[in-house]
Design a protein around this ligand. Structure first.
Ligand code: AMP
Length: 118
């Protein structure tokens, strides 16, 4: 069995979080250290550590994450102005929690996609 993660424990309610949406496939909650006025995390309830671990069987849940992201952007009132969906994978992307998650950022202009090299 795959080991539990911080985020799988949020999905089961074992660890508290500000959950904004949940169904049988995904959970969405507010990031504990928000980087924008809206900063949500959308996770599959199933533990998938990184994008490198996804399989063809995960296609439906991954697509569902986008459907939920669109719905939540609308509920947050940021759909028209725009927002950013971001998934970090591995050390070069500074992935900190090894349970696949999609960040949803919005509520202010978000700047360049990747910080330019200084
Ligand atoms: P990443 O760097 O893509 O792995 O992002 C992990 C995100 O999880 C960071 O933005 C953290 O602020 C967030 N985070 C860590 N612990 C929690 C928690 N208990 N509840 C909500 N968000 C969290």
């Amino acid at each position: 069995m795959t080991e539990e993660t911080l985020f799988s424990k949020i999905a089961t309610g074992e660890i508290p979080a500000d959950i904004v949406f949940q169904d049988d496939r995904v959970t969405a909650f507010r990031d504990i250290n928000p980087q924008a006025p809206t900063h949500l995390l959308i996770i599959p309830n199933k533990i998938i550590p990184t994008v490198n671990d996804i399989t063809p069987q995960d296609e439906a849940v991954l697509g569902h994450m986008f459907i939920v992201a669109k719905k939540l952007a609308s509920l947050e009132g940021i759909a028209e102005d725009g927002y950013r969906l971001l998934v970090n994978c591995g050390p070069h992307a500074n992935q900190e929690v090894f349970h696949l998650h999609m960040h949803l950022f919005g509520g202010r202009p978000l700047g360049w996609m990747v910080k330019p090299v200084e």
